[in-house]
Write a protein that binds this ligand. Structure first.
Ligand SMILES: [Zn+2]
Length: 519
């Protein structure tokens, strides 16, 4: 098999001068890894035949995104683009009843992995950083730097030996079907045209001058090095042993990379198999290479086999009893209630309360605030955030994406703007109608209840929030009515670790802060 891989590489190199500098996107799963996928597929076929599965069950698939950046931390994927990608992925796997959720997003700094994920050092880095889920390493590229500009760009690949997916950053940004395809490989789905990944000396896959039309060859061009891959026939007679060995996917000879047979979402010329039957590929199959189809699908057999792979003993490490939140965050419901309003000037700069209305189904909000140079981003389960890191007299851009683990199709608020004022939020300030505010004990011990003492001149509604030193809201005590005289309000502080916090007390448009130390 090693020899075969080398041969492919030599042919790729030879074909350089002959190919135009045309950039074609392809997947990096070659014939050697494809054979490992076929081995897995055969095990899954056996498993499927021997096991009675509860077919109707939804399968929850945890994803672990490993966002790779250069040594200096630059170039990392903008993680707000992951939402649209998961939206696409869950739509693509809807028929398979497989629900993907983001279990973890990790940041990895490695210039080597970022620029050359195919090196052995990068392989080790990925193995050492994997977690219990489908691991996706998002790098600048998904191919060896020497291959740049040579016969196409590798968009992504699944490594059976490393059991991880590498995806080019741009693929996630554009939320296209690359990840859908690579996750198919993860579940041991071969290319529908398996055996036709190899190139002729002229840089083609299928070439009638070499392979005939009707075809004259019995084994696909990538055969060799100890294995044969029969050319799949249109009549289905060898469907379980040829190409992808799946019978409801018709034959295809990698027409998009062929000599003149690739068209948008289908063949542009007739190709006949050895029997003289017209070959009609399933152009919109996820595991093919055709472009330009309005939608891409898996066949029922592909779905059964992918589900079997998920349920197989080898995949025990990604299964759990965990059921993610599946509430719908409706992308057609616009977000409302933004504060500050668009283009509003906030009074202060070192304490700006940003808030929005709740979105049905969302349990988390992704918030980003930036002035173009400095960026702050947060995930919060609240509908507000108190930002304390800003500078005076500056325009800031911000947006929010409401979501939960599985429902990520909402585009969010769109970009909003506010300008910071020159005022500062003083912790000495009092709210009108209130004579005194105190916290005790302060410092408090971990787990100890903290009391807020308020002396008021009048009945008043106040709202109390506990914030981290960075302004992240930890909990909100809903509207609380205080009476004339002395009031004592218990602040929930269980589950809060030691550190410095702020208690924010607000009423109407007035806000005051008190520092709270937990030891
Ligand atoms: Zn592929």
């Amino acid at each position: 098999m090693k020899l075969n891989a080398l041969w492919s590489l030599v042919l790729t190199l030879l074909s350089l001068s002959l190919l135009n500098a045309q950039q074609i996107g392809r997947c990096g799963v070659g014939i050697e890894d494809g054979m490992k996928i076929i081995e897995g597929l055969e095990e899954n076929k056996k498993f499927l035949a021997e096991t009675a599965f509860p077919r109707a069950d939804k399968l929850y698939v945890p994803l672990i995104f490993n966002l790779v950046s250069k040594n200096e931390g630059e170039g990392r994927l903008d993680e707000s683009t992951i939402f649209a990608q998961i939206c696409r992925l869950n739509a693509d796997y809807l028929d398979a009843d497989m629900v993907f959720y983001v279990k973890e997003i990790n940041y990895l700094i490695s210039n080597g992995l970022y620029t050359n994920p195919t090196s052995s050092a990068s392989f080790n880095t990925m193995i050492n950083n994997k977690g219990a889920g489908v691991n996706i390493f998002v790098c600048e590229r998904a191919q060896h730097p020497d291959e740049d500009g040579q016969g196409g760009t590798t968009l992504g690949y699944y490594s059976p030996s490393g059991d991880y997916i590498v995806c080019r950053k741009e693929e996630i940004v554009s939320a296209n079907g690359t990840l859908t395809h690579e996750i198919g490989h993860f579940f041991d789905m071969p290319h529908t045209f398996f055996g036709w990944e190899c190139q002729t000396v002229d840089g083609y896959t299928y070439d009638p001058a070499v392979h005939g039309n009707p075809l004259t060859i019995t084994n696909a061009p990538c055969s060799g090095g100890g294995f044969n891959i029969p050319v799949e026939l249109m009549d289905g007679s060898n469907c379980s042993t040829a190409a992808d060995r799946i019978c409801d996917t018709p034959p295809g000879y990698n027409f998009p990379f062929s000599n003149g047979f690739g068209g948008p979402c289908g063949t542009s010329q007739d190709c006949f198999d050895k029997n003289g039957d017209l070959v009609i590929p399933m152009a919109n199959n996820v595991m093919g290479y055709f472009d330009g189809c309005s939608s891409f699908e898996f066949t029922p057999d592909q779905i059964s086999l992918m589900r079997a792979d998920f349920l197989s003993p080898g995949r025990a490490y990604i299964r759990s009893s965990y059921e993610p939140n599946e509430a719908l965050v409706d992308p057609n419901v616009a977000m409302t209630g933004f504060s500050p309003a668009d283009f509003e000037t906030a009074e202060n700069y070192n304490g700006v309360l940003i808030s929005w209305n709740e979105v049905a189904g969302a349990d988390t909000y992704f918030l980003r605030i930036t002035d173009g140079a400095e960026t702050f981003q947060y995930y919060t389960d609240k509908t507000e955030h108190y930002e304390t890191n800003l500078s005076p007299g500056k325009q800031y851009f911000w947006f929010i994406i409401p979501h939960n683990e599985t429902s990520m199709c909402h585009e969010g608020s769109g970009v909003l703007r506010f300008i910071t004022g020159s005022g500062t939020t003083s912790t000495k300030d009092l709210i009108s109608g209130i004579d005194a505010i105190a916290l005790f004990p302060n410092p408090a011990s971990i787990g100890e209840s903290v009391n807020l003492y308020v002396e008021a001149k009048q009945i008043k509604d106040i709202k109390i929030s506990l914030l981290t030193i960075n302004g992240q809201t930890l909990n909100v005590k809903a509207q609380h009515q205080i009476t004339t005289g002395e009031n004592t309000i218990t602040i929930p502080t269980s589950n809060i670790s030691s550190g410095v916090y702020f208690l924010r007390i607000s009423s109407d448009n007035e806000t005051t802060l008190r520092k709270l130390i937990i030891e």
